[in-house]
Design a protein around this ligand. Structure first.
Ligand code: ASP
Length: 341
């Protein structure tokens, strides 16, 4: 009798420990951009729309993981939701170049194989993250740009749209405001003093780039990022998002990382790979490594944030702006979405 009681206690303890571990183990983390995102500037409707979009994106990726699909599938499915939603500066909702075009960048990386794919300056691919994946899986290259990348995506059978598909009034107005404030200055899709957005009024100040890192049932990580870049950017400007090691990186031995922020600073600090290197060569945790590198970016005058997820399911989501659209989902399906500090 006594032995039975002991056994029951033991089994209950094991069960409780398991539930706890499941709750704490993150399987996905996403961002929808960082910047001057203040509650006082947000209407309840708008806030609800962002929360709903981030939740829907997490659910889409989680469904893939639950079904036993790869972390790459989860990242692609999640980013599709965000690219198709005009609230974010990626896919539909991308910001405009100075010339009034939408030039989109994206990258994806497989933490198991260290294979990676990226596109920059595409104008006709509905979902640039899929074009990045096609470059990784269907070519021997890592990065393709401009009309060649558009053509490659078409030949790979991806959905092609008229460039007009990406036109939204909010982004168009944002470009007109940016040009009025300083026609020569490319501005980030957010309202930081540092990045020179002062003077632009009715603009939704944020970095609306989107990113995702996922951990699948086989224990493999994948990371992806998709963006329209900077409002009023010059022809051909490419930011950090599609640059492997800068805005996007993934390695099963360390972590998957996706950045958002003032791209030039992220490129010069090789942010994502540096975080991975600190973990690999110094044995630093994902949280500590992310903080060290983002602090450096901040000190140099770059603002933004990043998401990172390691193989054990630990996440880091630091940012040096007022807010960052972000969300996580744990192995047991619990979703958490946050916007402000
Ligand atoms: N990092 C992106 C870029 O510089 C912008 C962003 O994160 O919103 O292109």
């Amino acid at each position: 009798m006594r032995a039975l009681k002991l056994l029951t206690v033991l089994l209950c303890t094991i069960w409780a420990l398991n539930v706890n571990a499941q709750q704490k183990k993150y399987v996905m983390v996403i961002h929808g951009g960082a910047g001057t995102i203040l509650k006082k500037n947000m209407t309840p409707d708008k806030e609800a729309a962002y929360v709903a979009a981030l939740t829907k994106a997490l659910q889409a990726g989680y469904a893939e993981i639950k079904a036993g699909k790869s972390s790459l599938d989860a990242v692609e499915a999640t980013i599709h939701v965000l690219e198709n939603d005009p609230h974010f500066n990626a896919g539909k909702g991308a910001v405009f170049t100075h010339d009034g075009r939408n030039e989109l960048d994206a990258a994806i990386m497989d933490g198991k194989t260290l294979m990676a794919g990226a596109v920059a300056g595409v104008t006709t691919v509905k979902n640039p993250i899929s074009a990045a994946r096609a470059v990784m899986e269907k070519s021997e290259h890592v990065m393709m740009v401009g009309s060649g990348a558009d053509l490659f995506a078409k030949e790979a059978g991806l959905e092609i749209v008229d460039p007009k598909y990406f036109w939204t009034k909010e982004r168009w107005d944002g470009l007109q405001e940016a040009i009025k404030a300083d026609s020569t200055k490319a501005v980030l899709d957010h309202g930081s003093k540092k990045s020179g957005l002062l003077g632009i009024k009715n603009h939704d100040y944020k970095f609306g780039t989107v990113g995702c890192v996922a951990l699948d049932q086989a224990g493999n990580l994948a990371a992806g990022t998709s963006t329209g870049g900077m409002t009023n950017k010059k022809y051909g400007r490419v930011g950090d998002s599609p640059i492997i090691g800068a805005g996007t990186y993934c390695n099963n031995e360390t972590a998957g990382i996706s950045c958002t922020g003032w791209g030039e600073f992220y490129i010069r600090n090789v942010v994502a790979k540096t975080i991975s290197d600190l973990m690999e060569y110094k044995g630093i945790s994902v949280a500590e490594a992310s903080k060290i590198v983002l602090d450096k970016v901040g000190k140099m005058g770059g603002d933004g944030g990043l998401i990172a997820l390691d193989k054990k399911g630990n996440v880091a989501m630091p940012f040096n702006t007022e807010g960052m659209y972000r969300g996580t989902i744990t192995a047991d399906g619990k979703i958490e979405v946050n916007i402000y500090k």
